[in-house]
Design a protein around this ligand. Structure first.
Ligand SMILES: [Zn+2]
Length: 588
């Protein structure tokens, strides 16, 4: 067993495995991306291929490839190992699992149920009508396989007979996973009857629930068109993204995801070649769903119904997505069709519509202007009421101002009027953009920035050297975030582990720290005096910059005949020269 674990780890490329969940960018000897284990906008999650390890500098998550799979999929060691073994082509020495835990038993039941329904659709006599129906709707055999579609026959005890009588499972577990309903008399019956079955898979492809769409030819009065699994220990609606497993690769590649409402929309869109499509149901995106999508995409393209409910869903989804730093676009569907119709009947047209999707704010504005007469006072009022609350939710001040201006222009009113309406809607929240005073810093400090990062990287690796070099920095200012980080590091306890350090480090410094540290490579030994040398190189540049600033001030003081100022500058210049000589002496 032990040897097999090592063998698997050796054969598996951690970057590839992690890359299936996180969009990674190569950075030196590491790969970097947004951490899938905590919410962040700037990447502090690193993967090192050579060491086969991942590490998040934001939340401290870290470990090997097996740990990663366990954590991200919520599976146990054995499951993770099995999946990797399969990938690596290693045959695991079988071992009786004994009493497997309840969860894997439930997953087993769901997997069997999906197979049973699938067989019924593709081979069973009872599935003939369903086959014809899907063929009519241009759902190809390939799509049926890809999405593992099935059919539940019109029987009260189809799945019960199969799973209990034939496979020997207990009725309780069927009830637990939502395959059966309880009769008043105490017995159970099939929950899904006479329905096309859409297995709902978790992000690793395991079947956790079903949606059943009634077959029109056998639909009964009063039965819902769609029936979903109830919430179970396996299935949580708020986390479900239908088609995610099938779309995963395309989403990662294209860095975007198309959201549709229903399963049929999803399958047809996929069939039309828009393989980055997932379905979320008629409701707004939840935080959990956005979390999953944001690991792979940086843009979502909404394609919801254009009714009131769809509108509300769109607004909420936009808020959720923007909070997570995702851009939002909308497919403009006209003429009351749904994506399923269009994608099924004119795949090329659907593809083009997705490509032509417009920015969410553009969409909302256009819709409001289409519906209302912008020439009348009443119309202007309605448009404002519709658009302003939407725009007021934009978190980025600059973006909000740009759209406010556009709205004002279209309405032919002053921008200030729109802005103040926005403030009113927001309950007094200031919408005026903040002055960006960071910009005033000398931008010509890229050399200093480079040297500072090198110093930071080495210092983090050998914090005890801080004692030696910290005094050298007194009276000198390293510009920018690097400077702030260096001061912060000097104040930090010397024997803190990196994970601990990152926990207390202010957010805005983490990226610099992660980058500087990763740039050094984890297995590099820091040489004797290396930290000191790098500090000297950095400080010499800082002194050079300060001196050139002082020269400018000196010239100005001379011009103004400000003797006192001249004296002061002269003094500082002297100090700098002394410091520099000491540093040079250190370098030898
Ligand atoms: Zn993290």
């Amino acid at each position: 067993m032990e040897d097999q674990v090592e063998e698997i780890k050796r054969k598996i490329d951690i970057v590839e495995v992690v890359g299936a969940y996180v969009s990674l960018k190569k950075l030196g000897r590491h790969h970097k991306g947004l951490c899938p284990f905590h919410s962040e906008k700037t990447p502090s999650f690193m993967v090192n291929e050579e060491m086969g390890l991942y590490k998040c500098f934001g939340c401290g998550a870290g470990g090997d490839v097996i740990k990663f799979l366990m954590e991200i999929e919520g599976i146990d060691f054995r499951d993770a190992l099995e999946r990797l073994a399969e990938k690596a082509g290693v045959k695991l020495v079988s071992r009786k699992r004994g009493d497997s835990d309840a969860r894997s038993k439930m997953l087993e039941v769901m997997d069997l149920a999906a197979r049973y329904y699938h067989w019924m659709l593709t081979e069973g006599n009872a599935g003939r009508e369903a086959r014809e129906y899907l063929a009519e709707r241009k759902i190809s055999t390939k799509l049926i396989e890809t999405f593992n579609l099935g059919f539940s026959m019109q029987s009260w005890e189809g799945i019960v007979n199969y799973l209990v009588k034939k496979k020997g499972y207990e009725i309780d577990i069927l009830e637990k996973v939502g395959l059966v309903s309880r009769k008043e008399s105490g017995g159970v019956y099939d929950k899904f009857r006479g329905r096309i079955m859409f297995p709902l898979q978790d992000s690793s492809g395991k079947v956790v629930g079903f949606t059943g769409r009634v077959l029109p030819s056998i639909a009964k009065e009063g039965e819902p068109k769609y029936l979903n699994s109830p919430e179970t220990p396996l299935y949580h609606k708020s986390r479900m993204l239908y088609g995610f497993v099938q779309a995963k690769n395309a989403i990662r590649e294209k860095k975007r995801v198309v959201l549709v409402e229903g399963q049929m929309d999803c399958i047809s869109s996929f069939g039309a070649g828009v393989t980055e499509t997932v379905a979320v149901g008629g409701t707004a995106l939840t935080e959990d769903q956005v979390e999953i999508l944001a690991r792979l995409a940086n843009q979502i393209i909404l394609s919801m119904d254009a009714d009131e409910a769809g509108n509300v869903a769109m607004k909420r989804s936009t808020e959720q997505a923007e909070r997570r730093g995702l851009g939002v676009k909308v497919v403009q569907i006209k003429g009351g069709k749904d994506p399923d119709d269009i994608a099924r009947n004119s795949p090329e047209k659907w593809k083009k519509m997705v490509e032509d999707s417009v920015d969410i704010y553009e969409y909302v504005m256009e819709r409001a202007f289409e519906k209302n007469d912008s020439k009348s006072i009443e119309g202007i009022k309605k448009i404002t009421e519709e658009v302003v609350p939407f725009l007021s939710k934009i978190e980025n001040n600059v973006v909000r101002e740009v759209w406010s201006k556009r709205l004002a222009e279209k309405l032919g009113v002053d921008t200030r009027a729109v802005m103040s309406e926005m403030e009113r809607v927001n309950g007094g929240r200031k919408t005026v953009s903040k002055k960006n005073d960071e910009k005033s810093e000398d931008v010509n400090d890229s050399k200093i920035s480079r040297l500072a990062k090198r110093f930071i990287g080495l210092l983090i690796l050998k914090m005890k050297d801080a004692e030696v070099v910290a005094p050298w920095f007194s009276g000198l200012t390293v510009p920018g975030g690097e400077g702030k980080l260096i001061s912060w590091l000097f104040k930090t306890s010397l024997d803190t582990r990196i994970e601990e350090m990152m926990k207390t480090m202010p957010d805005e410094l983490k990226e610099i720290a992660g980058e500087a540290y990763m740039a050094e490579g984890e297995n590099d030994k820091v040489g004797e005096k290396e930290v000191e040398e790098s500090a000297v190189l950095l400080l010499r540049e800082v002194i050079k910059m300060r001196k050139s600033e002082l020269m400018d001030s000196m010239n100005k003081a001379k011009k103004d005949s400000d003797d006192a100022e001249e004296e002061r500058i002269f003094g500082e210049m002297n100090e700098l020269n002394k410091k520099e000589s000491k540093l040079i002496a250190f370098l030898g």
